[in-house]
Every structure is written in structure tokens, then in C-alpha cells.
Ligand binder design. Structure first.
Ligand SMILES: [Zn+2]
Length: 260
């Protein structure tokens, strides 16, 4: 009988020692950081545009009344917020027209590859295929176009409005519309990610037409910071340059800090 008591005493001694040790190492006032939580539909494939918005349960089609053509899609939360903004802008005489919304990887790959091979002329009238150095060629396209897999247009949170020229937003009705968006867009959740670079941001040139629904895109930007790396960016012409230009830090995260 005594032989069974000895191990129990030993065990108690060990437990007392352990609990003292744990109290020393784990003070009660230490708070562990809580990892950011993302909805289950936010995945690496999703943020890199590998899905069909027409079949994605979170996406809805945009009524032609609000766009320049049929068949454009947005995340349903972005669309709901956009409709409220459209209504409010309309009451003050501004007609918002969506020119581009969700573009998945395949769509962006077509745009990128056509620019890379010179089938589409760049906005300054030159052809990218006349530039032999792949890094210089990519940087030229990257002034206004994203590499496939890295575009905010993959997310269903970003829209291009009214005109693809900054000049449109600098005179007349376009200027008044832009003033309205900068004053009131935030109250509907929208922010301009590609402002001028006075904030010190890197990446794409200014785009006064591109607006982002921050309650969702802020989360998606964080997800990219946590889970996307340059080596995942591939599957199109010139993709080997993604590392050299640091797509993640300079372009995906190179946005107006107010949109984070
Ligand atoms: Zn855009």
C-alpha cells in the first residue's frame, strides 16, 4: 500500500513546482495578439482573381442603369453601398456611371498580355513591345495597369467611374463630380486608392476615376499583406518581373494611406 503513496506524493511535488514555474513565466496581464479574422470566402485564389464572378455567391450583376454596358459584377456589399451613393449623387445633379467593375484573373491577363505584346497601345500612344528590357517594359505598363493576380478589380470592391482620363475630372461637370466624390464618397464607404503621390505612396499613377469600397477592400488589402508574396504572381507574359518591381509592397500595398 505504501508503494502506491510515494508516486502520488512525488506527483504532487512536481505539480506544485510546475505551477510555480508557470506563474513566473506567464504573468496574467500578458495579452496574446488576436489573429485577424477573415470570412471563409476570402482565400488566396479569391484575392488573386481565380474565380468567375457570374457564379460566385457573394457577387451580383450590376443593373445596366448604373453602368455603360451589361454584364458587370460587384460584391453585393459594394453594390448596395454604390446604389446609395448613386442616389445621393443624383439628387445633387451628378450622374455616376460605372465603366469597369470586377475583372478576374483571366480578364486582367487578356488586358496585360495585349499591352505586353503591343496589340493594345499604351495611354501615351507608344507600344510596350518596342521596349526590349522586360523590367522597363513592365514598369511602363504598370503606370496604369495591374499584373494579373494583383488587381483590386479582382475583389468586387473597386469601380472605375465615368471616364478613364484624369483631365475629365479637372473641368466642368467632371470637376464638380470629382469634388462631390472627394467630399461625400467616404460617407458611403468609398475612397480613392490611387491619388497623387504627395502622401509618399508608391505604385500606379493617379486615377481619379478609380474608387474602392473600404469596409471590404481594407480587409482584402490586409489579407494580401498577410498571405500574398511576389513568388505567387505568375501565369502571364513578363511575370518573372514581379519580384524585381516588388509588386506586393510597391503596388498592392502602395495605395493612399486613407484607404487602408
Ligand atoms: Zn480601376
Amino acid at each position: 500500500m505504501t508503494s502506491s503513496l510515494i508516486p502520488i506524493r512525488s506527483l504532487l511535488f512536481i505539480l506544485i513546482l510546475c505551477s510555480c514555474d508557470m506563474q513566473k513565466k506567464m504573468p496574467v496581464d500578458v495579452v496574446s495578439p488576436v489573429p485577424e479574422q477573415y470570412p471563409s470566402w476570402i482565400t488566396q485564389d479569391f484575392v488573386m482573381g481565380h474565380f468567375d464572378p457570374a457564379k460566385h455567391p457573394e457577387f451580383v450583376v450590376i443593373d445596366k442603369k448604373y453602368a455603360d454596358r451589361e454584364g458587370l459584377f460587384l460584391h453585393r456589399d459594394t453594390y448596395r453601398a454604390f446604389l446609395r451613393m448613386w442616389e445621393a449623387a443624383g439628387q445633387e445633379g451628378h450622374q455616376l456611371v460605372i465603366r469597369s467593375a470586377t475583372r478576374n484573373f483571366d480578364y486582367q491577363k487578356r488586358l496585360w498580355d495585349q499591352k505586353w505584346s503591343g496589340l493594345t497601345i499604351l495611354s501615351d500612344g507608344t507600344s510596350a513591345n518596342e521596349i526590349p528590357d522586360p523590367e522597363i517594359r513592365a514598369r511602363k505598363i504598370l503606370l496604369y495597369s495591374s499584373m494579373p493576380g494583383t488587381s483590386r478589380h479582382h475583389w468586387g470592391t473597386d469601380i472605375d467611374l465615368n471616364s478613364f482620363n484624369n483631365e475629365y475630372f479637372e473641368t466642368g461637370a467632371g470637376e464638380k463630380l470629382y469634388q462631390w466624390l472627394t467630399e461625400h464618397g467616404a460617407s458611403f464607404g468609398f475612397c480613392q486608392p490611387y491619388t497623387d503621390k504627395s502622401s509618399g505612396r508608391t505604385g500606379y499613377e493617379e486615377e481619379k476615376w478609380h474608387w474602392s469600397y473600404i469596409p471590404l477592400s481594407g480587409k482584402l488589402t490586409s489579407y494580401c499583406r498577410d498571405y500574398i508574396s511576389n513568388d505567387l504572381i505568375s501565369g502571364f507574359k513578363g511575370s518573372e518581373v514581379a519580384q524585381k518591381v516588388d509588386m506586393l509592397m510597391n503596388y498592392i500595398l502602395g495605395i493612399n494611406p486613407e484607404c487602408l
